[in-house]
Design a protein around this ligand. Structure first.
Ligand code: PLP
Length: 405
């Protein structure tokens, strides 16, 4: 095809496009100690055990990555190429570029003028996991990975299976046996090898480690490799673009492993260095399920890290993370932002899903519903003023879940 409808640009990236700039990735820095690593080599966790965070030559990036001057670029998340990892053409299905919906009817029902929903259900494989896995698989392919593997509560596995198929790299997934059937169907369709595990995602992680004793598989477990954060951070870049340079007052984020929250917090710092925004930051609100709320408990206790949650249960499988590797980073971002963390019940999530559907025609995942349930609680407690700009994250489609009995 020709012109604006060339296949590669429709999918979000075209290496022949002079607007497609190069990555300015510089170093991988430990999020806890002072060690740094070379992004051109295989890198997972720091030797101290903490996640690595990518840093870029932002003064160089700022010369071409100018807010308001990106009009000729792809609408996918690769429009921020300078602050994304990977050497060449990305492994992309057009992820990112999702709508920021002004939720007028829902806002009116809650007494808010400026309520927005970042609707991540529009991503390939129906969730924002596409962003993280597209970035991770792009780098894994650059580094010559021969097999990709992950434990997953559902959406991460679907996205990994899809990007693995696209890159032509075999995928092994470890899924809890209670995961809803559509996630198994998706993994099968994309040709992934799936192992069902009795237990939680933590048990799946242990099963993966046992199946991969030499570490020969490229393990994309949450925060083990540094690049899923880079994909998910692009939500914040998009929101700032979609709000014409404004920074929302409050962002309400459903938190499992916390990749998106950590990534967006990092993105705001990058955007300040790039000259896109000033010092203002949103108050970051972390929402968890009442049946699995390790971050909420740690915040309330004033702790720097979160104790693992015992007997975790919720139908929002993306929130069923009893112990997050990046707990200290989530807690730090929430505290530094002046935000908070709170838990909502499965019943409240389900009611919120129905309200989002009825008032805004959004078929939200329960995790997305949790953000609305949290907003209601925060408004009731006077923690959010009616004049404030609030962004909810609907992180995935509701189509893959079955409603609680
Ligand atoms: C994975 C997932 C989450 C949690 O995301 P994190 O960034 O790991 O906290 C929330 N919602 C959905 C739909 C998910 O798939």
């Amino acid at each position: 095809m020709t012109g604006a409808f060339r296949e590669s640009s429709a999918l979000g990236y075209d290496s022949r496009d002079p607007m497609s700039a190069a990555s300015t990735i510089d170093t991988l820095r430990c999020s806890r100690c002072a060690l740094t690593y070379d992004p051109r080599a295989l890198a997972f966790l720091c030797t101290c055990g903490a996640p690595l965070l990518a840093s870029y030559r932002l003064d160089e990036a700022a010369r071409t990555l100018k807010r308001g001057a990106l009009g000729g670029r792809t609408s996918s998340m690769w429009r921020y190429r300078e602050v994304m990892p990977g050497r060449g053409e990305p492994v992309t299905l057009g992820e990112g570029g999702t709508p920021l919906r002004h939720a007028r009817r829902l806002g009116a029902a809650l007494g808010l003028d400026a309520l927005y929903v970042k609707d991540e259900s529009a991503n390939p494989t129906g969730s924002f996991k596409a962003r993280g896995l597209a970035a991770a698989v792009t780098v894994a392919r650059d580094l010559g990975a021969s097999r990709l593997a992950a434990p997953s509560a559902g959406n991460a596995g679907s996205a990994l299976a899809a990007y693995g198929a696209l890159a032509g790299i075999p995928v092994s997934l470890f899924l809890p046996a209670h995961t809803p059937a559509p996630f198994f169907e998706e993994a099968e369709v994309y040709g992934a090898q799936v192992t069902k595990i009795e237990g939680t995602i933590a048990d799946c992680g242990r099963a993966l480690a046992a199946a991969n004793p030499e570490g020969a598989w490229y393990d994309v477990s949450t925060l083990k490799e540094p690049y899923r954060i880079e994909g998910k951070k692009t939500m914040a870049y998009e929101i700032v673009e979609q709000m014409d340079g404004a920074v929302p007052d409050v962002m309400i984020y459903p938190t499992g492993g916390g990749t998106g929250l950590i990534g967006m917090w990092k993105a705001f710092a990058e955007m300040e260095s790039l000259g896109w925004i000033g010092a203002k930051r949103p108050r970051m609100v972390s929402v968890q399920a009442a049946g699995c709320a390790p971050i909420v408990r740690a915040l309330e206790a004033g702790a720097a890290i979160a104790e693992p949650w015992k007997g975790a249960t919720t139908y929002a499988s993306g929130l069923l993370v009893p112990s997050a590797r990046g707990d200290f980073l989530i807690l730090k971002a929430v505290r530094e932002s002046g935000g908070t963390a709170l838990a909502v019940t499965d019943e409240a999530m389900r009611a919120a899903v129905l309200e989002m559907g009825r008032l805004e025609a959004i078929h939200a995942a329960p995790e997305g519903g949790s953000t609305l349930a949290a907003l209601r609680a925060l408004l009731g407690a006077g923690k959010i003023a009616p004049s404030e700009t609030v962004v909810l994250f609907n992180t995935g489609t509701g189509l893959k879940y079955s409603a609680p009995a």
